[in-house]
Design a protein around this ligand. Structure first.
Ligand code: NCD
Length: 307
């Protein structure tokens, strides 16, 4: 079974992924890791990252290895994609060698769906252009629901601030938090706002409007690699960034700060806020492994993943 997006998932399926992540977080002792290695023993996962990645690639690799899978990886640089071979063709060849699953990141939105249509192996979308980033959304939902102690987000407000237009995380987060019952608002400079409505979310005019009722704020990076013009960072930080003063004056007591990374310190978030006690940012990165163990295990384990 593939995971291509949050779009199309039932709330029940989302809750199953969150429960599985919780089990892997709870079961993180070295002794537990030993038996986890039987879950995907004999299976092979291929990592295909055609865009830079730190957290996503490493945590998928750790997740697959902790479940006992063999892991192979390919980058555009060292592969026949450089010689003009299509990614679908590459995946079909790797499947012929016994690859059971592809984890794919690509700047073209259509790639994971194209591959999934043309192979029997499972496909996991690790970020497709400005499309979706479903496992990051699961990480964000897991981090926040764990922090709040409930998966029912009815009555909660989630704010997203920054480059919504180019952010696949914004799309997937809006969908997942809306599916869990939250009210999702977003804001940022007009040149970084999407042209079409963002499903599951409502645009507001300013940082203060976004932060006023928020129980969590997700700050998003300016995706320069997907833009033509440049951005005045000092001005951006002043109007849209989060520092200790803004945190104190505009965010409700108890509300938390999130960011999928990489963080541009001093632009979206100041370093002290990112490292402070109201930040879940490093927790999000850490939970990436357990969340992806849940996703890979659920989709690929032959005997199912009823731990
Ligand atoms: C995000 C991505 O690649 O979409 N990062 C991530 O996966 N942790 C967000 C970003 O690059 O800003």
């Amino acid at each position: 079974m593939s995971l291509l997006g949050i779009d199309g998932l039932e709330p029940k399926e989302i809750r199953t992924y969150l429960e599985l992540a919780q089990r892997f977080v709870d079961d993180d002792a070295a002794s537990a890791r030993k038996w986890q290695r039987s879950i995907l023993e004999g299976r092979t996962v291929a990592l295909l990252f055609f865009e830079p990645s730190t957290r996503t690639r490493i945590s998928f690799e750790l997740a697959a290895k902790r479940l006992g899978a063999d892991v192979v990886s390919l980058t555009a640089q060292g592969s026949s994609v450089r010689k003009g071979e299509s990614i679908v063709d590459t995946c079909q060849n790797l499947e012929a060698m016994g690859v059971d699953a592809f984890v794919i990141r690509h700047s073209e939105t259509s790639v994971p769906v194209d591959v999934a249509r043309n192979v029997d192996a499972a496909v996991f979308n690790a970020g497709n252009g400005t499309g979706e980033h479903p496992t990051q959304a699961l990480i964000d939902a897991f981090s926040l629901t764990r922090h709040l102690g409930t998966v029912d987000l009815g009555g909660a407000t989630i704010a997203m601030i920054g480059d919504i237009a180019h952010s696949r995380v914004a799309r997937s987060d809006a969908l997942i938090f809306a599916a869990l019952g939250a009210h999702v608002v977003f804001s940022g400079p007009s040149y970084l706002m999407p042209e079409a409505p963002l499903p599951g979310a409502t645009r507001v005019d300013s940082r203060a409007d976004a932060l006023r009722d928020a129980d969590a704020v997700i700050m998003l990076r300016i995706q320069r690699e997907r833009m033509k013009g440049d951005v005045d960072e000092a001005r951006y930080a002043k109007t849209w960034g989060l520092d200790a003063k803004v945190l104190r004056e505009e965010l409700k007591p108890g509300a938390v700060v999130m960011h999928p990374g990489p963080v541009m310190y001093g632009v979206e978030v100041s370093e002290d806020v990112a490292r402070g006690d109201r930040s879940l940012i490093l927790k999000q990165a850490g939970f990436g492994v357990a969340v992806r163990q849940g996703v890979l295990g659920f989709s690929l384990a032959e005997k199912g993943l009823l731990l």
